[in-house]
Design a protein around this ligand. Structure first.
Ligand SMILES: [Fe+2]
Ligand SMILES: [Fe+2]
Length: 337
């Protein structure tokens, strides 16, 4: 993958610095009051590029850039802005869930309550009901930003865990990585789905058209997973992701069939109907529940990670539906029931 096209002063500076053609913008440029961090495509793309140095990197950037001190410092300024916005956005949800945890002393149940209370728009419901073939394909292109590296952010957390939650994360990731069968690697299955639509399956192929919130969906998982202090948030994020996947995947599989895309396109989604019904239990009870049992101080951040995942997902879904002029229909809460 080559470095994406810049979308403003932050990304222009990052691209210059990555190519060794000039200096980064002043960190202050990122930390001044740029409104709406989640919808700031220049900021989200800059962050996405800097995180990407820890995943597959870019063919036109030296591998040593991963630990370049100036790049890391600039990334930290962007991360601070994103984390502050996520904390503000989820503050009341997290506080309410934390009070419930303290009164019931059942962390896993309260995490389920938080997740089930999410009321974002149902993109899957729209896709199933009335989306055109072009809209289903557009959905897959936007989703490719994350699904071609699906599960990878959470693997960065392994070394920060111990005991039961580590074992449970390994169980979940074993499935995500194909359970011993390379052709069942979920990233590969998503690539097969893209190819089945006649799309480019190469990693990052559609990053230049990814919206700010699509990039944010990926960035939030990276933000939480790359910092040890945020390991609780990373696992909460994973739990919310897994627990809001099975029912929507069933609807998306039906949408794919309805618009007449080939069978291979729906295989990825069929797989997730079954797999994520199991994964949500593993993630909520055996990873997050066990982690908080080991270290109760992590409870707030686990809830924060889950709430952040749901909030960003809701925003990404709303923006996609807005771009289609679509009626969101029933909310996620109704969809899950
Ligand atoms: Fe998966
Ligand atoms: Fe999963």
């Amino acid at each position: 993958m080559l470095v994406p096209h810049p979308r403003g002063p932050l990304t222009e500076g990052v691209v210059r610095a990555l190519r060794g053609d000039g200096d980064l913008p002043q960190a202050a440029a990122a930390s001044t009051e740029r409104p709406g961090v989640l919808e700031d495509e220049d900021l989200q793309l800059a962050l996405w590029m800097l995180f990407e140095l820890h995943y597959r990197g870019f063919d036109d950037v030296p591998a040593e850039s991963e630990w370049d001190v100036a790049l890391l410092g600039f990334r930290a300024a962007l991360e601070d802005r994103l984390e502050a916005e996520l904390r503000a956005l989820t503050k009341s949800t997290v506080a309410k869930a934390l009070r419930a945890v303290e009164s019931t002393e059942d962390f896993a149940e309260q995490l389920f309550v938080l997740i089930e209370g999410a009321d974002g728009p149902s993109v899957a419901g729209y896709l199933q009901r009335e989306a055109t073939k072009e809209q289903v394909v557009e959905f897959l292109r936007q989703r490719s930003i994350y699904h071609l590296k699906e599960a990878d952010p959470y693997s960065l957390v392994f070394a920060r865990l111990d005991g039961a939650p580590k074992t449970a994360l390994a169980e979940l990731q074993y499935d995500e990585y194909g359970a011993g069968r390379p052709e069942r690697l979920h990233q590969t299955m998503f690539g097969d789905a893209l190819e089945g639509c006649g799309l480019d399956r190469r990693y990052g192929a559609y990053v230049d058209e990814a919206s700010a919130v699509t990039l944010a969906t990926s960035n939030v998982a990276s933000l939480f997973s790359l910092q040890r202090r945020l390991r609780g948030a990373a696992m909460g994020h994973l739990a919310a992701f897994e627990a809001t996947s099975s029912a929507p995947c069933r609807k998306i599989a039906r949408a794919i069939e309805r618009v007449g895309l080939p069978e291979v396109v729906r295989t990825y989604f069929d797989e997730h109907v079954e797999a994520d019904a199991v994964h949500e239990q593993v993630a909520v009870r055996h990873i997050c529940g066990a982690l908080v049992a080991q270290d109760p101080a992590l409870a707030e951040d686990v809830l924060f990670g889950a709430a952040a995942c749901l909030a960003v997902d809701a925003l990404a879904g709303q923006r996609l539906l807005d771009s289609w002029g679509a009626d969101p229909g029933p909310t996620l809460t109704a969809e899950a029931s």
